[in-house]
Design a protein around this ligand. Structure first.
Ligand code: PLP
Length: 443
């Protein structure tokens, strides 16, 4: 006898006789609590069931008249999966490419030990859009960071000539690069580190946006430092935008000390900040960078490392690899995610709508200066920070926004990040802003 029985699709999908369409938000929460690891604390009483259009989610919330039922509600997606869906949900160009690929072209999966014809397409597209010499495909965002870390270390030994096992990689305080052991070894967030040590050695942190601290570390230990690995704008930290000239100075310092400038563009890339990649708005070019999230067009996890030839060339067969990094379907999705970024001019829309959103948020701040302390952002990577007072709680704002038809989420206690799809239009930005205004007013 089968130990599991699965049938149907959508709401009729049933597992062991439990029909998914019959489950209330509370049932979903119970199943997640009983059967899942508790590594997330999703917003309560809401379950997304499908997308309506590129910036609108359909979700289920409890029926106030009957706890055993739910009602459907529309939510403007103010977060787009933390910038994984810059191209908008179910972008037609990418969906068409996937369907055509699977049904007509028919090449889902082969390993990297045999060439497939779509890899060339992806490499041509990814090197063009990044203006980099070489690209190495991976899967999750953290893997692009981790591979960047490894390449930098190897470059440090093989090219810079750092003594074996003496390499240092420098990171910035408040960073977020993902959840692997190496990434949390660089993190200074106690929640993501507790109980996971011992950590990867050879990592040092300097305060973000502090050029003097970086300079003194480079002066003191520059011979041992292979790379400064940094987010151009810190997303998870609450959308922290550095001084306009910070990265110009960083880049000069890196060149002076023969240290690689490695950027994590997983969240800031693919048009998010009003340029294809955020380093472009600061007028610098990293030696190597990691991309993820929207590299998969909101359809598949796709990430990659892009860099200068002499840096990426430290990789040799056997030194790195990934079953699904650049497999045929991912190569097609990645290629079309880039096509949409370029053809639909997503960065330009991020710039225009981002200015509109930041303008609206500034007006709300002017109206409620006792509540909102600061509005920050570039393009459509934006946030507002409230004063540090108990009743000005980011989580309450997220929950209340749901009641006003908007999905957004706090980062830290008092900051709410807004990063909608880059296909969002003027009216949707206004709807989003009106909801924020009402919620802030009621705090
Ligand atoms: C800057 C940055 N790097 C890396 C990651 C990790 O990406 P993933 O969750 O796909 O591993 C994230 C995720 O939020 C991120 O924001």
């Amino acid at each position: 006898m089968n130990s599991v029985s699965i049938s149907g699709y959508g709401d009729d999908l049933s597992v062991n006789g439990i029909r998914i369409g019959d489950l209330t938000p509370d049932d979903h929460e119970q199943i997640e609590k009983e059967k899942g690891g508790q590594n997330y604390a999703p917003l309560e009483n809401i379950v997304v069931s499908k997308v309506k259009d590129s910036s609108t989610l359909m979700a289920r919330k409890p029926d106030p008249n009957d706890v055993k039922k739910y009602i459907e509600t529309e939510l403007i997606d103010g977060l787009c999966c933390y910038s994984a869906v810059n191209q908008g949900q179910l972008n037609q160009t990418i969906v068409d490419a996937v369907v055509k690929h699977l049904e007509e072209e028919k090449l889902p999966t082969v390993p990297r030990s045999i060439r497939h014809k779509y890899m060339s397409a992806f490499l041509l597209a990814a090197t063009s859009i990044t203006e980099m010499d070489k690209v190495v495909p991976k899967v999750a965002g953290v893997e692009s960071w981790e591979l960047t870390f490894k390449i930098c270390r190897r470059w440090g030994y093989h090219v810079k000539g750092i003594k074996d096992d003496h390499c240092i990689i420098v990171g910035a305080t408040g960073n977020f690069h993902g959840r692997s052991v190496a990434a949390v070894s660089m993190s200074d967030d106690p929640d993501s580190r507790d109980g996971f040590g011992p950590f990867v050695p050879g990592i040092e942190l300097v305060p973000y946006n502090d050029i003097n601290a970086l300079e003194s570390l480079f002066n003191e230990k520059g011979d041992r430092i292979a790379a400064f690995m940094v987010e151009p704008i810190q997303g998870e930290a609450g959308v922290i935008v550095p001084d306009e000239d910070y990265f110009i100075k960083v880049s000069d310092l890196c060149k002076k000390h023969n240290i690689l400038l490695a950027m994590d563009e997983v969240q800031t890339g693919f048009g998010r900040t009003g340029a294809n990649f955020a380093h472009q708005i600061f007028g610098v070019k990293p030696d190597i960078m990691g991309c993820g999230k929207a590299a998969g067009g909101g359809i598949l996890p796709v990430s990659f490392v892009a860099g200068r030839k002499d840096v990426i060339n430290v990789l040799t067969p056997g030194s790195e690899g990934s079953t699904f990094g650049g497999y045929p379907l991912a190569s097609v999705v990645g290629t079309y995610a880039i096509k949409v970024l370029a053809d639909e001019k997503l960065a330009d829309n991020a710039k225009v709508q981002g200015a509109h959103l930041i303008g609206n948020l500034n007006k709300i701040m002017d109206e409620f200066p006792d509540k909102i302390k600061e509005v920050r952002g570039k393009g459509l990577l934006t946030a507002f920070e409230m004063h540090n007072e108990k009743h000005l709680d980011g989580h309450t704002v997220s929950v209340e926004l749901l009641n006003h038809g908007v999905y957004a989420k706090e980062t830290h206690h008092s900051t709410v990040r807004l990063a909608p799809a880059l296909t969002i239009n003027n009216d949707q930005i206004d709807q989003l802003s009106d909801a924020i205004r009402s919620v802030v007013k009621g705090l």
